[in-house]
Structures are given as C-alpha cells and as structure tokens.
Design a protein around this ligand. Structure first.
Ligand SMILES: *Cc1c(COP(=O)(O)O)cnc(C)c1O
Length: 353
C-alpha cells in the first residue's frame, strides 16, 4: 500500500513514532503476566512517576474518552456537577460518556476566552446556586493544551485551582495534548500539574505518537481507590496490558515525548508564520501548541479541500483547524502554504474584511 499523504485534520491521523514502535517490538516476544502485572506496565508507571517527580497512581486506558469519563466519575457522585469550558471535549465530543459513567452527574458549562476558563467564572457558577435543588458543583475540568490550542501557564493554573479548592472542587485535567503544552512551557511537569493543584491528569498518548492508549495519573492517590474496578467494568482493562504500556516506556525513556511534541509545535509555528504573510487570512487564537485556527470563507476551504487537503471545521461554520503531528514534515507545511497562496490569490483584494 502507498504511504498516504500527510494531513492537517488531526494529530491522530499520524502514525506510530519510532520509540513507541521499537518498544512494542521488544515487548511482543515471549510471555508476560496479563492485566498489568507485567514488567512493561510497572516500568511505564515508574517512568511517569519520574516525569512528575511524585508517587502517583497510574492506569492505562484505550482512549481519551474513557480516561476522562472514568476519571471524572471517580471524583463525584451522581448528584454532583462538573464544571468545564463550553468547548471542552468532555462536553462536545464524548457522547455523554462522563454523565453516563458517573450515573448522571450534570455538566455545567463555563464561558471561555480562547478556550481557557477564568477563575471568576468558576466562582460565579458555584455561587449562583447553593440550595438542595441544584446539582452540587464538585469537579473542575480543565483541558491542557485547550481545544483551541492555547496553554495555561503554571501561575494561571494555580490561580484557577485555588479558586476551585476554596469552593470544594477537585481538579481534573484533560491532557490529550499535554505533551504539546509541556513542550511549550519547558518547565518540570510537576509545576503545571500537582504542584499547581491538579488532582488527576488524563495524559494523552495517542496524539503524541503512540498507536493507542492514554494514562490516567492520580496525584491525589486516595481518589484512585477502586479505580481499577471502574476500568474493568467499562471494558478498559487490557488483558495484554503490556502492549498499552510498552509504547509509553519507549517515549518516556529518553524524553522522546517532549521532543516529538516540540516538533509538532514548531511545525504549527511554521504554518502560522507562513499564513501571516498571506493577505486576507484571519488567524483565530494565539498559536501556542500544535494547531492553527483560521476563519476561512467557505469557498477558500472548499478550494483547499479540492486540492486534497483534509482539515476540520472546528469552531462554528468557518473556524477551521490545522493540526500538526509529531511527524509533520516542513515540506508538507510548505506545500499547504503554497496552496493557500494559490487559492487566495486574486481574491485578497475583495476579501480583506
Ligand atoms: C482527542 C481528544 C481526547 C480523546 O479522544 P478519544 O478519541 O476518546 O481518544 C480528549 N480530549 C481532547 C481535548 C482531545 O482532543
């Protein structure tokens, strides 16, 4: 089969990075205990404890929807509520799984600025109703990097989690693109996780170059009690767990996870820089992670798609997302830019509004 061309639709279009693949190759030989009692799983968990410099509890799930919704369910009862941004994946892209696995916990939506939640809106939502008739706020869910490619800094995080704590909320972090945030922040990961008040992190593996799998990392260990039962009941306990774990060992061993994420971010920056040279294009959010968002007229989007490019309409009708991955080549970005110039040339005089 021919190698299909690189696209900008999602970082989960990309393949498996060499470090993950090599670890899988090593793991595939011989016999090992099932259900996570194997050396690969222990090693991957230990490496995560090294990355975060703390004694956290680690679980591996097949995908992010399961990781998020099971983690959230472990933080609340059915009569509680979860606060998250109006564009949060847990709200818009998980088919109600957080509500389902928590037996009906209600999600309360907060307004966002460039995908981020402000501490003030957390307090406002909690204080709006304090009576018995309203589902009691219990969890704050943050996404890092956010759905619109922005990043919370350690101080921003600390401020918002302190507000959460004051109001009795636990803090969940959807880190489907945690690696991209880590690469941008360039600080020890503890500074923007547990030291900044995060109780549980769903650390995305798939989008950073693993074949499949996310890690659920509990910094507040008491919350992890019986979590293994939740995973099993939800069909998320892998019997050959070593194949979920080995790729993590591959990318965590020598820092490949941050290197690959930094590359994806750099490719997004290359795209961003190129786009700013083209007249008439409107970039929607600050470029901080591995994506660029553009407000594209339908005709421009259509012309690009006619030239073979795939990308998502992500925000409203015309907010298009261009996502870079660990393996995105500079030449792929340059070809996209060339086509942008082609399809916008001639129309720029009339479409600069
Ligand atoms: C991709 C993604 C997930 C995980 O999605 P799955 O398809 O369930 O693996 C979670 N949160 C965000 C913000 C994502 O982009």
């Amino acid at each position: 089969m021919d190698k299909p061309p690189q696209q900008f639709a999602s970082d989960n279009y990309a393949g498996i990075c060499p470090e993950a693949w090599d670890a899988l190759e090593m793991a595939r030989h011989g016999h090992a205990p099932a259900y996570g009692d194997d050396d690969w799983t222990n090693r991957a968990s230990d490496l995560l404890r090294e990355v975060f410099e703390t004694d956290c509890e680690v679980f591996f799930t097949f995908n992010g929807t399961a990781a998020n919704s099971l983690a959230l369910a472990s933080l609340c009862q059915s009569y509680h509520s979860i606060l998250c941004s109006q564009v949060a994946h847990v709200e818009t892209d998980e088919c109600g799984a957080p509500e389902f696995f928590s037996n009906g916990t209600k999600i309360l939506l907060l307004p966002t600025e460039s995908g981020k939640i402000r501490p003030g809106s957390v307090a406002e939502t909690v204080l709006r109703r304090k009576d018995l008739h309203f589902p009691k706020p219990r969890v704050l869910s943050l996404t890092q990097a956010t759905e619109t490619g922005t990043i919370y800094g350690p101080n921003e995080l600390r401020e918002i989690t302190e507000t959460a704590r004051v109001h009795g909320l636990s803090v969940h972090m959807d880190g489907a693109r945690f690696a991209n945030a880590a690469a941008t922040l360039g600080r020890p990961p503890r500074e923007f996780t547990w030291e900044a008040g995060v109780d549980v992190l769903c650390f995305g593996g798939t989008k950073m170059g693993l074949p499949v799998g996310e890690a659920v990392v509990f910094f507040r260990k008491s919350l992890a009690e019986e979590f293994a039962y939740r995973c099993k009941q939800a069909g998320q306990l892998a019997s050959k767990m070593r194949f979920l774990a080995a790729p993590w060992v591959g990318v965590l061993t020598d820092g490949a996870w941050v290197r690959h994420a930094a590359h994806a971010n750099a490719m997004a920056e290359r795209l961003f820089q190129g786009l700013t040279q083209i007249q008439g294009l409107r970039v929607l959010y600050p470029r901080q992670a591995n994506s660029v968002f553009l407000d594209l007229p339908a005709t421009t989007a259509e012309s690009l798609r006619a030239r073979g490019w795939k990308f998502y309409n992500f925000i409203g009708e015309s907010g298009c997302r261009f996502m870079c991955a660990w393996d995105t080549e500079p030449s792929t970005v340059d070809r996209l830019l060339e086509d942008f110039r082609l399809v916008t040339s001639g129309s720029s005089a009339t479409s600069t509004d």
